[in-house]
Design a protein around this ligand. Structure first.
Ligand code: GLP
Length: 241
């Protein structure tokens, strides 16, 4: 596991942007795994700027997002589909029929999980998976206790996750209780992973990640078993290392 400590959030975002562009330029049909949350917003902004400066094209890129809330319509301002449209897809030349998120608003979520995995298998493995990390160590929405062999599945969100994400909703009651997320085994199949963490609120999680104890109680710890992971931090997130 390679660890990079950046001076600040902008440098962290630029580092991740450069990694994404490097992967895109190394392949004819690159496949990216994408994340939502506050952490990657700067990376998406930097990618949009690079696109506008003609430094990258997303025309041949396929994307699979990690997760989606259950029960929100696609156009709901808090759906991850909406996040991706607003923060990235609508601003670049990506073919939107090649951008996939787990559907959070279908009649059969178990079938939706199987379909999502099937679709992923019809494409090449993910070349680069972008990850953030929850304060409880979740990756995607794989909460503590999730088996390492899980594939795309429905999960009940931890109280701490709902509280952390309540800042985007009018009230805690409006935060969905469940989500669909790529499983840990799904994430681990990516060829390369970049995990970003920024800010003081992540310093304990980053410390625990680096302590190296591999346990489902702290899902991000599984990444120690992956051969090609880069952890990119800003100074605040790295302050307990
Ligand atoms: C969210 C998402 C994760 C994200 C994490 C951290 O709930 N499901 O994919 O990485 O929690 O979010 P943030 O970057 O906003 O701190």
């Amino acid at each position: 596991m390679k660890v990079i400590v950046c001076q600040n959030y902008q440098h962290l975002s630029d580092y991740a942007k450069d990694k994404v562009i490097e992967v895109i330029n190394s392949k004819e049909k690159p496949v990216l795994g994408l994340a939502t949350g506050s952490t990657p917003e700067g990376m998406y902004q930097a990618l949009i700027e690079a696109y506008k400066d003609n430094k990258v094209s997303f025309k041949n890129v396929t994307t699979f997002n990690l997760d989606e809330y259950i029960g929100l319509k696609k156009e709901d301002p808090n759906s991850y589909q909406h996040f991706m449209d607003e923060h990235f897809f609508n601003h670049v030349d990506i073919d939107q029929s090649e951008t996939y998120l787990p559907p959070g608003n279908t009649s059969d979520h178990q079938q939706a999980c199987l379909d999502y995995e099937k679709n992923m298998h019809q494409h090449d493995d993910i070349d680069l998976q972008v990850l953030g990390v929850g304060i409880n160590g979740h990756i995607g929405f794989n909460e503590p206790g999730t088996d390492f062999d899980t594939r795309t599945h429905v999960i009940e969100l931890d109280a701490s996750t709902r509280e952390a994400n309540a800042r985007f909703f009018d009230s805690l009651d409006e935060v969905p209780t469940h989500a669909i997320t790529m499983g840990i085994a799904t994430i681990m199949e990516s060829k390369q992973i970049i995990l970003m963490a920024s800010g003081d609120s992540k310093k304990e999680a980053v410390k625990r990640l680096m302590e190296g104890d591999i346990t489902p109680d702290f899902p991000a710890s599984v990444l120690h078993r992956h051969p090609h992971v880069t952890v990119v931090l800003d100074r605040e997130a790295a302050s307990l290392l």
